[in-house]
Every structure is written in structure tokens, then in C-alpha cells.
Design a protein around this ligand. Structure first.
Ligand code: DAH
Length: 347
């Protein structure tokens, strides 16, 4: 006849045995051993009826509780075996692994990250602006009023329906990243030290070196006593770090309505030390972009006092930078989604 000790012994025994089981068929054997018609626990339960009442009151609930516990454990073990068992059987640890095809960065993204890193190191923050711009930010605020002939420098993609709207609110795809200068200065007080990388759009035919959509990098530094020497230092520091060798810059007069004086700048060819090679078309110099001292009218447009603050701005093409760095002969390769091209940049 069952007593408390015996019940505990059965429980212990059951727990040890179930632990070792690795197959569903063995589990069924275990169930029969304890809960089958002639099972150990079943027999105990059956013997309850012959017990004196006092003893039955104690042993009865214990044995019944144990039956529930066994059933519960058996169920859980069964599920475990189902899930784990299948995996165990299907894994062949000696089989060579399958290579997972991981994605990687586009060459323009690689360059973008390098550029941002370098400028962060020089103390410049990143500012962004919308790709759909208003006429005001893209032109007027940059000292390019309506009918100004210099607007022709940017072949603008106007957005549908925009002609009928209030002139300053007319929408376009930004033709350059310079409007971010305005947006940033409107919402921040000097000193300013930002770069603004972003996509720009032009109504132009495409060829090897032109695309209707490309990436620009805008730079802006405003403070008291900023001069062109600072511009030159930043340009040379940035490009020397980018190309990993000492770079010299060359500035020539140019015209952009939002700077005075306006400049365009080139850098010594990083590949031939200005001796002339195929990268620089034997010129020894690579054309980089436009720059200048921010026009006092632009500063006034954003509420800055041009007598107190001045600074430089520059803009250059990120695609061109990437083309030089990786010797890519055609800008269209960046945008046509040809995987044979893109995969070469897997690091
Ligand atoms: N926004 C000009 C362009 O797209 C480039 C440029 C020139 C930017 C001179 C500047 C600058 O900030 O000072 O052609």
C-alpha cells in the first residue's frame, strides 16, 4: 500500500527517467510504466480505496496531484522532442555551409560616409534640406531674383502645376544643395559650420560625365573674421584626407550670385602629383567645384549682420569625387543598377 515516502520515490524516479528520454517511442513506454493500466502510479491510486480514511485523506490528493504533474511533464517532453528532434535529425554538422549573400554599401554611400566622417573631424555638422524646394529657397534667397539671367545656369525641373502658384512658393526639384545654407542660417545663429550632402536634379541630357540627378556636397562656415584662407585650408585638409595624400588647391575667379568674390577651384591630381595622367586628362589638375565668400545680401536675407559676420561657402559634386577615387569612367554606372558594377565595391 502506498505511503508518502513511496510516492516521493516514484516521483523522483519518474523525473530521472524522463530526463534521459530522447525519442517519442521511449516516452510512450515511460507513460505506460507510470500511468498505464498497470502503471506504478495507477496501482497506487487504485490501492487508495483499501486505505483507512485518515490515510486516504492525505495520500489521495498527493497521488492525484502527482498524476497531473506526470501528465503535464509528458506533454511538455513530447513537444520538446517534436521540435528538437526534427532539428537534430536534419542537421548534418559536417556539411559545408551555404554562403549567405549579404548586402553592401553603394559606392556613393561609401564616399558619403567617408566625407561626413572627415568633416565631422574638422568640426562640421551635417544639415539636410528637402529635395522638393520652393523657388524662394532655390533661387531668390540666394540672391537670384526672378528674371535674373544667372538662373539659366541651372536647368530647372519645375513641378507640375507650380506655375499657377504664388511665385515664391512655386515648387521645383532643387538644382543644387545651396538652399540648405538658407534654411540652416534661418534657424541657427552664427557661428555656423555645416556640410550638406544631398541629391540634386537638372533638366539635362546625360552622358559620361553628366546626369539629370546627382549628389552635391555643400559647405558653409560663418563667423567673425572668416576669410578665404580658411576656405583654402578646409578644402585642402578635406581632400588630402579623402585621397590619402597631400593635396594642393588652385582657385580662379568665377561667378555665382550667392558669393562675392566667386571662385572655382581645382586640386592637384592625386594620382600623378600634377605630372599629367589619364585621370586628370594630362592637365595635372582636377576641377572640383565652386566656392566664395557668402554674399552680404544672402546674409541679410537670413537676418545676419554682414558687418559683423562673414564666411565662405563651397559646393562640389560627390559623384565626381567618387569617380576620381575609384577610377569610374561613367557617372551613369552609379544609377543604372547594374549589379556587376555595384558588387565590385563589396568590402
Ligand atoms: N550651387 C553651385 C552649383 O550648383 C555650386 C556652388 C558654388 C556652391 C559656389 C557654393 C558656392 O556654395 O559658394 O553649381
Amino acid at each position: 500500500m502506498a505511503n508518502q515516502e513511496e510516492i516521493k520515490k516514484v516521483e523522483l524516479q519518474f523525473n530521472q527517467e524522463i530526463e534521459k528520454i530522447g525519442q517519442e517511442s521511449d516516452l510512450e513506454q515511460l507513460r505506460i510504466k507510470y500511468l498505464g493500466r498497470k502503471g506504478l502510479l495507477t496501482m497506487m491510486l487504485r490501492s487508495l480505496k483499501d486505505m483507512p480514511l485518515e490515510q486516504r485523506k492525505v495520500i489521495g490528493p498527493m497521488a492525484n496531484k502527482l498524476k497531473e504533474t506526470f501528465e503535464h511533464h509528458l506533454q511538455i517532453k513530447k513537444e520538446e522532442l517534436k521540435a528538437g528532434g526534427e532539428i537534430k535529425q536534419s542537421i548534418d554538422v559536417t556539411r559545408p555551409g551555404k554562403k549567405i549573400n549579404l548586402g553592401h554599401l553603394h559606392p556613393l554611400s561609401i564616399v558619403l560616409r567617408q566625407v561626413v566622417d572627415i568633416f565631422n573631424g574638422l568640426g562640421f555638422a551635417v544639415a539636410e534640406g528637402p529635395e522638393i524646394e520652393t523657388e524662394y529657397y532655390n533661387f531668390d534667397a540666394l540672391n537670384l531674383p526672378a528674371e535674373h539671367p544667372a538662373r539659366d545656369m541651372w536647368n530647372t525641373i519645375w513641378l507640375d502645376g507650380s506655375k499657377s502658384q504664388n511665385q515664391k512658393e512655386r515648387l521645383l526639384l532643387r538644382t543644387h544643395t545651396s538652399p540648405v545654407q538658407i534654411r540652416y542660417m534661418q534657424s541657427h545663429k552664427p557661428p555656423v559650420r555645416i556640410i550638406s550632402p544631398g541629391q540634386v536634379f537638372r533638366f539635362e541630357a546625360t552622358d559620361q560625365t553628366h546626369h539629370f540627378q546627382f549628389w552635391q556636397l555643400e559647405g558653409l562656415m560663418i563667423d567673425e573674421d572668416i576669410n578665404l584662407g580658411h576656405l583654402r585650408y578646409i578644402i585642402e585638409a578635406f581632400l588630402s584626407r579623402f585621397f590619402g595624400r597631400k593635396i594642393q588647391s588652385r582657385f580662379e575667379p568665377s561667378f555665382f550670385p550667392f558669393v562675392e568674390p566667386g571662385l572655382q577651384f581645382s586640386i592637384s591630381c592625386p594620382f600623378c602629383k600634377s605630372k599629367g595622367c589619364s585621370s586628370c586628362q594630362k592637365l595635372g589638375w582636377l576641377e572640383m567645384g565652386g566656392a566664395g565668400m557668402v554674399h552680404p545680401q544672402v546674409l541679410r536675407n537670413v537676418g545676419y549682420d554682414p558687418k559683423k559676420f562673414q564666411g565662405f561657402a563651397f559646393g562640389l559634386g560627390l559623384d565626381r569625387l567618387a569617380m576620381h577615387k575609384y577610377h569610374i569612367p561613367d557617372i551613369r554606372l552609379f544609377y543604372n543598377g547594374d549589379l556587376r558594377f555595384i558588387r565590385q565595391f563589396k568590402l
